[in-house]
Every structure is written in C-alpha cells, then in structure tokens.
Design a protein around this ligand. Structure first.
Ligand SMILES: Cc1cc2nc3c(=O)[nH]c(=O)nc-3n(C[C@H](O)[C@H](O)[C@H](O)COP(=O)(O)OP(=O)(O)OC[C@H]3O[C@@H](n4cnc5c(N)ncnc54)[C@H](O)[C@@H]3O)c2cc1C
Length: 562
C-alpha cells in the first residue's frame, strides 16, 4: 500500500507523538523510520546485564573508540548502549567546523537514549527574541501551549515538585524524587545566600507512581536503576517504543515501516502542495514513492533540514519551502561548556537509596526579566548532584590485607559536580547545507555542518563558573574547581533551528502551526522548528508542539483546508 492520510518521517520522540495523535484521530498513518525495528522489551539485549556480564565491564574497547571519535564523546556511549548509537563510519558528514553529531537511527530514535530531563519553557523564553532583539519573534507565546504541555505530561508521566516559579512553570507531576542529605544542605545554604535562586529537584520523564493511563500502556514503576539508555524492562521512563508507538499501533491505523530512509518530499507544481515522499529501502536500495495528504517531518533537527534541502523542484530549487534562502540557517544548541566540581565534608554517615534519574536544578537567574548588562546575552540553568565516591576509588588502585579490603567497602567522601545548560543565540552563519558532491551509501547528499560556539557563549560559561563556584563556597564545599571544557557544539545533543517558526514568511520557514509557509500540508515539529533555544531541556517542548500541530492538522483536514 502506498497511499495514506498522513506520513510521519522519523519515529523518535517527536515522530512518536505525531503518529500517536494522527492515528488517534483516525488517520491512516505511515511512520517511516530509516533504522531497524526496536520492539519494547524484546529488543533491549543489555537491559538486565551486570557489569561483569560485559567482556570489557561496560567500557568500549580501544578499537571501538578509535573508529568512533565523535559518538564515543557522548557520556552515554558504552559497551551496554553502543547498539543504539549511530557509528561514525557508517553515516559520514562533513564538519566545516567541529560538530559532534550524536544520532540514534532505529525505531524510537534518541528516545531510547535521552537523559529524560523535562522542564517546561516559561514566558521568558518565548518572549526572549522579541525582547532582546535576536533571531525572530516567536509566532506563539507560552499561553499557546500549557494545555499541550499538560496533555503530553500526563501521558508520558513526568515526576516533579510544584515549585511555583515563574521561570519554570509547574506541570502535571507524579511525585518528585528526593534530594539526599548533602544536596538538601547545599541547597538550603545557596538559597539563604541567594534568595533569588531557588534550588529544586529536577523534573524527569520517570514513573514514580504510575497512573492508570501508564498501566494501560503496559508500563510500571521506575526502579531507580539508572540503566535507562539500555531500554527499560519496566517501562519506567518514557520512550517512543514503550509509549507512543504501541499506542498508535493499537488504533489499527498505523503502518510502521523501518529500514526506510526518506530521500525527499515530493511537490506537485500544479496542485501547489506536497503529495508524498520518496523512500529508499536501506537494505535493497529500492526506491518507492508514498502518497499522503499531510506530511510530518520529525527526523530530528539536522536530518529534517537535510530532507527539506534535498526536496528540490522547479518551484523550490533550493529546497522545499525555501523561498527566503534561510533553510538550514540559524542552527543553535545549548551551551554546556561550564563545569564546577568540589568536595563536601559533611554527613560522614549519610547515604542514599538507589540511583536517582535526575539532578538538582537552579533555574536561570541571569537576564531573566531584562538584559542586565552582564556582558553576555540570555541565561543558563545550573544543575548539580552530590554523591559519595565509591571506596575503591578513594583508596587508590592497589592494597593488601583485611583492613584494606574492609576500607574499600566503605563509601568515600562526598563530591559535588555542577554543570550548566545555557541558551545560545541563533545566528545566520551557523548553518547546515548539502555537499555538492559527496553522497551517503544510499545516494543522498551528505550534510555539511558549519556551526560553532561564540564569545557570548564563553562569557556566559565564565559567569556560570564564577557563580557556581561562589554558590558551592557559600554552601561550605572545599577544593572547588571550575573550568571551561571547550566541548564542540552538538555534544549537548540539543540542536535546534534551521526551519524556524515565525510570523513573517520573509524571515521564517514555518507559521504558528508548524506548517511550511509556502507548502501548508508539510509540518515540521522537531527541534528544527525552534526560533530560539531557551535554557530548558527541549524535548518536552517538542512533544507539546507536535501534539498541538497534529491536532491542528486534523482540524484543518476536517475543514478541508488542507
Ligand atoms: C544521551 C542523550 C541525552 C539526552 N538528554 C536529554 C534530556 O535530558 N532532555 C531532553 O529534553 N533531551 C535530551 N536529549 C535529546 C533528545 O533525545 C532529543 O531532543 C529528541 O530525541 C529529539 O526528538 P526527535 O523526534 O526530533 O529526534 P529523534 O528522537 O532522534 O528521532 C528522529 C528519528 O528520525 C529517524 N530519521 C532520521 N532521518 C530519517 C530519514 N531521512 N528517513 C526516515 N527516518 C529518519 C531517525 O532514525 C530517528 O529514529 C538527549 C539525547 C541524548 C542522545
């Protein structure tokens, strides 16, 4: 069958939501995925393995590291998880400037791998570009999406505390995780010293108390194993494989087709609309065209840019919808360059239960209500955790005798690790484009990435390092050390933009409902649609925007506007 009501490209976090909503509204939907099938539970081969079950105790061996210099920089890449990551050699791209492109090509995409931190944006992020004069004003405000945030939060299951903060609006929360004794102490001290810096427990997509809707999905309580990137045998965290895709399948309206890489979107000049997609079977290289009335592009930010740039026709010689030449430009990401670490000497008899899947957060306190003239634009969120070193780490690697053995069974000192997640300014020069000559194994042009950090980012990182160090000092920490890790863009894995939303077709690609201005039956609802990055983890916003756009698309189909 090649004719559908809707086509969704990509089965990750945003594509899973598009498929669920469109199927739920009765549309016969084709979900195209370039990677292999990954079925919840069945295809999590390492989920219940212990460290000693792995030939290298979980570490990737030297050969794997040498062959994968980019993806192995990701903290989650290891012997237990490597099967869910794209290997560098198999999917080359051209780095005009260093860019670590971390990808997961399989059913479920990066939803299998993500760290599951889920904060809502606040009005400060949506108003940012207009207020501070960068990028383009958002065509939607915070008030366009709280109901959609609530909708996706209830279904996905988000744990958190209602903190009542304007800079981090509350959601529909399951019970929060708890701070340990050291974190509570440090948090209290920071808030005493800085009353305008609330310190809160992170919000994350974990079932701390499954509700009937989650049990109906076949998911259960999170066990605090923190082995999530292997896939969870309890369905304790949200991924597309356990949640949105099976839900869409239940409707009887979904056709899930793996091993199907979308080459381009087909445009009919006479009809003035997209009619379908050209797909290459990744095993046989056979080419098939599929038709639909609407198309959702959810291939993750840079691949979505690639597909649109590669969708050339007489009407759109520079890529679908690219009348203004801005497609692929204004790519932005999150600033993760600042780190602070410290030792904490209190609570020698304090410990904690399990491996909590979230951290402690200090929402943005910089340039929140106005540009404060600090020498950098926009703000950052800080996160930290305090944990006890394992005794064997503290004692050195060698020893002998009963006393030594006994000592390494005791927990070591408390250490504190703090990081930042900063907003970056989308700029025209940060862009992706198609290589004119190099192609991938399926004959699709390779992507050229030309994206870099800038001075604003490094000034922001320097401010974070100063402020983070001062906060930990105020909390009584010792041996405080801050540094700029100079990591490449991309390693944050929060790339956004290139197909940004906006009010004006001259300066943006998508309207307020995520439709291409120039081709209304094509919707882009992954990170590519973002006009700016905010400082919160982005995926919850992608989910809310996707659910909103999908329901609008169905309404428009019913009104015969599409
Ligand atoms: C280690 C890690 C930690 C992270 N932590 C967080 C976090 O704490 N919070 C947060 O908000 N975000 C986090 N992220 C980012 C998060 O995973 C992404 O924002 C999210 O997955 C994006 O959703 P998506 O649907 O756009 O893309 P993906 O989930 O990547 O899905 C895209 C899908 O499209 C498929 N595809 C690509 N090209 C084509 C094509 N041409 N044809 C057909 N299919 C195609 C891919 O194979 C993939 O399955 C993290 C990511 C990683 C890897």
């Amino acid at each position: 069958m090649t004719d559908y009501d809707a086509i969704v490209i990509g089965s990750g976090i945003s594509g899973g939501w598009a498929a669920k909503e469109l199927c739920g509204q009765g549309l016969r939907t084709l979900l195209l995925e370039r990677g292999r099938p990954v079925e919840h539970l069945k295809d999590y081969p390492t989920a219940t393995k212990n460290p000693w079950d792995f030939p290298h105790r979980g570490l990737p061996p030297r050969g794997v590291l040498d062959e994968n210099p980019v993806v192995s920089r990701c903290y989650a890449f290891g012997e237990a998880t490597q099967h869910f990551f794209v290997k560098d050699k198999e999917h080359p791209y051209l780095q005009e400037k260093p860019f670590d492109w971390i990808r997961g090509y399989q059913v479920g995409g990066k939803s299998l791998l993500w760290a599951r931190q889920t904060q809502r944006w606040s009005p400060f992020e949506f108003e940012g570009p207009a207020r501070d004069g960068f990028a383009v004003p958002w065509p939607i405000s915070y008030h366009s999406i709280p109901t959609w945030y609530s909708y996706v939060e209830k279904f996905a299951g988000i744990s958190g505390n209602k903190d009542g903060l304007p800079q981090l609006p509350d959601g529909e929360f399951l019970p929060p995780w708890e701070m340990n004794c050291a974190e509570k102490y440090i948090s209290d001290k920071i808030m005493q010293r800085y009353p305008d810096r609330p310190v809160i427990i992170g919000r994350c997509a974990h079932l701390t108390k499954p509700q009937p809707i989650h049990l109906e999905q076949g998911r259960g309580q999170c066990q605090a194993r923190s082995l999530c990137e292997r896939g969870c045998p309890f369905g304790g965290y949200y991924n597309s494989n356990s949640t949105t895709i099976p839900w869409a399948q239940r409707s009887g309206k979904l056709t899930l087709q793996p091993f199907s890489v979308v080459h381009s979107i087909l445009y009919d000049e006479k009809k003035g609309r997209a009619t379908g997609v050209r797909v290459i079977d990744t095993n046989t290289i056979a080419v098939t065209e599929y038709k639909a009335r609407i198309i959702f592009v959810n291939a993750a930010c840079l691949n979505t840019n690639l597909i649109l740039l590669n969708s050339r026709s007489q009407r759109f010689p520079h890529g679908l919808g690219n009348d203004n030449g801005l497609l692929g430009h204004y790519i932005a990401f999150h600033n993760y360059r600042g780190n602070v670490s410290a030792r904490f000497d209190g609570f020698p008899d304090g410990y904690y239960y399990g491996r909590r899947p979230t951290e402690i957060f200090i929402p943005s306190f910089r340039n929140l209500r106005k540009d404060e003239g600090l020498g950098f634009r926009r703000g950052y969120m800080s996160y930290f955790s305090a944990s006890r070193q394992a005794g064997w780490q503290n004692q050195g690697s060698t020893g002998i005798g009963g006393a030594w053995k006994g000592s390494i069974t005791e927990p070591g000192p408390w250490t504190v690790a703090m990081g930042m997640q900063g907003e970056t300014i989308p700029k025209f020069e940060n862009h992706v484009r198609l290589s004119p000559d190099l192609k991938d194994a399926w004959g699709i042009p390779q992507l050229v990435t030309s994206i870099s950090y800038d001075d604003n980012d490094d000034r922001m990182a320097a401010d974070f390092i100063r402020q983070g160090s001062e906060m930990l000092e105020a909390a009584g920490c010792k041996n405080i050390s801050g540094f700029n890790n100079h990591q490449n863009p991309g390693l944050d894995i929060h790339e956004m933009g290139g197909v940004r939303m906006g009010k004006d077709p001259k300066t943006s690609l998508l309207n307020e409902w995520n439709q291409l201005h120039a081709c209304k039956n094509v919707f882009v609802t992954d990170g590519a649609c973002m006009a700016s990055t905010g400082n919160q983890n982005p995926s919850l916003t992608f989910m809310a925007i996707t659910a909103r756009a999908a329901n609008h698309a169905v309404d428009e189909l019913k009104r015969r506007n599409l």
